[in-house]
Design a protein around this ligand. Structure first.
Ligand SMILES: *Cc1c(COP(=O)(O)O)cnc(C)c1O
Length: 226
């Protein structure tokens, strides 16, 4: 079970590593930490909040709703980071996530935009890119990404694209992971107006920061209980 002491320790350790790494890139580089709470309880999130963490992410719409409801008195910002099924779009819109990281096709963008318009709302989104070319991963193909980014910006007014998201290559080879991050960063640089490059998780956030990440999504190492 997570305790407050452990939560403080985990967050301190993470911030130390993020600080050390970002300073190797530039003193002006800012990296935002999203605490991914998908394997944890609302009580654990409350402990991380007490430790100082404010931004959290969930990968299922139902779990996001449950955590938001349980923690509605805390000033948290909530991110959605999972694959969005079309039949859950309305539910997600109603939860007002501060950022949706996982817009992964033009088809989904079209449906999401249509439903946003009906509710007269907008949503901040990132285009998810499958930069490691893995069949099991969601995301648009790297070669199509800039075109799709522009198309969404032009056609789908209620989607506010803020940048890109990617999951590092699932590999024990550091070079493969770096390659996938560099590819995402190159695409990010070619998307006019993009300010958020969301990449890096517990096992690879340092490599991600060194290669251009501005937002990391950290679950297991932030919530670990020993
Ligand atoms: C689970 C998850 C994370 C966090 O993974 P950890 O390895 O636990 O840090 C980050 N991003 C996405 C999209 C996830 O699903």
């Amino acid at each position: 079970m997570l305790t407050l002491n452990q939560a403080v320790h985990n967050l301190d350790e993470l911030i130390k590593k993020v600080e050390f790494t970002r300073l190797q890139v530039s003193p002006h580089k800012i990296v935002q930490i999203i605490g991914v709470s998908k394997y944890n309880t609302s009580d654990d999130v409350a402990l991380l909040y007490q430790a100082g963490q404010r931004a959290f992410g969930e990968n299922k719409v139902q779990d996001l709703k449950e955590k938001q409801d349980a923690l509605e008195d805390l000033p948290l910002s909530w991110h959605f980071i999972g694959t969005l099924q079309k039949n859950k779009i309305n539910n997600l819109i109603d939860l007002n996530p501060i950022l949706m990281h996982s817009l992964d096709s033009l088809d989904l963008a079209s449906e999401l935009d249509k439903k946003l318009k009906l509710k007269n709302k907008t949503m901040n989104c990132l285009l998810q890119i499958n930069s490691s070319f893995e069949k099991t991963k969601a995301g648009v193909k790297p070669t199509d990404a800039v075109f799709i980014y522009k198309t969404i910006e032009e056609k789908y007014e209620n989607i506010k694209l803020k940048g890109v998201m990617s999951i590092g290559a699932n590999s024990s080879n550091k070079d493969d992971i770096v390659k996938s991050f560099r590819l995402t960063k190159e695409i990010f640089d070619r998307c006019d107006g993009a300010t958020i490059c969301s990449m890096g998780m517990s096992s690879d956030f340092e490599l991600a920061i060194l290669n251009g990440s501005t937002m990391i999504r950290v679950g297991s190492s932030l919530f670990k209980s020993n």
